[in-house]
Design a protein around this ligand. Structure first.
Ligand code: ADP
Ligand code: MG
Length: 241
């Protein structure tokens, strides 16, 4: 279980808090849909929870391990367990989708082995399995430069999974996708939570969040307005969206 205690985030010298008053528990297998108006702090929330942005204050624990104590970006050794997938993430443009999944992100341990091309066959199979689940089998050998933003994001999800991420924060994964592709991506993420006890937190339009997520967070001006599990939203809860 992840525990967020008094998480706060300010950006630059602006004293206004982008995130404030966050106290939540996140469980293995949770699929959390984040909804809220533009500028409410959704992307910042995902980056903070995925250890990509530093916290201004607060504590973050994973089981008995302290990841963040009083602010900061978290201890490096935890970082590979957390993934933040933005729309249009950076990939190696001249390498195929498959190579990008196998190589992983710059700066990760094991990078040398992968750079020199020493890929184990089980790595290869695992990478192809993930690409297939996300509907990208026909893109495996296409250069990343030729993929759409959404396809790149899914390649990056596969990459994170292959390299051991348990906590997947994904920002607006269905923007620009047709309904069929959107449902495929979301049902794949849902299966990861159900079957492998991964934790997914995704910024989604409300109709998809209600259909696929086990839990919904409403965010307004950087604060958690409600945290709802196992039901749809009431008219009152929908008010500020
Ligand atoms: P959302 O994803 O809900 O649209 P964001 O997390 O992107 O919201 O932004 C939340 C608030 O933080 C906004 O007011 C935005 O202007 C501000 N913000 C985000 N990133 C930066 C930054 N790098 N510098 C200054 N302000 C930022
Ligand atoms: Mg955003």
């Amino acid at each position: 279980m992840l525990t967020v205690n008094q998480m706060q985030k300010t950006i630059g010298s602006d004293p206004k808090k982008v995130l404030d008053g966050w106290n939540v528990h996140i469980h293995e297998g949770d699929m959390i849909g984040v909804v809220g108006p533009s500028g409410s702090g959704k992307s910042t929330l995902l980056r903070c929870l995925a250890l990509r942005d530093s916290w201004t204050n607060g504590n973050f624990t994973l089981g008995g391990d302290v990841i963040i104590d009083g602010g900061g970006k978290g201890k490096r050794k935890f970082r590979s367990q957390f993934a933040y997938l933005e729309q249009n993430p950076e990939l190696y443009p001249q390498k195929s989708a498959l190579k990008n999944v196998l190589i992983g992100q710059a700066g990760q341990t094991d990078q040398f082995r992968r750079m020199i091309g020493m890929v184990r066959s089980d790595d290869y199979m695992g990478a192809m399995d993930e690409l297939e689940k996300f509907g990208l089998l026909d893109k495996a050998h296409v250069k990343a430069a030729h993929l759409s933003g959404g396809e790149k994001q899914r390649v990056a999800i596969c990459r994170a999974l292959v390299h051991g991420a348990n906590f997947i924060a994904v920002d607006e994964p269905v923007i620009g996708l047709d309904k069929f592709s959107a449902e495929k991506v979301l049902s794949t993420l849902r299966d990861l939570c159900k079957e492998q006890k991964k934790t997914v937190i995704a910024v989604l339009p409300l109709e998809y969040a209600e259909k696929y997520c086990t839990r919904l967070w409403g965010i307004y001006e950087g604060r958690l307005q409600w945290d709802v599990s196992g039901r749809r939203l009431t008219a009152e809860e929908k008010q500020f969206l």
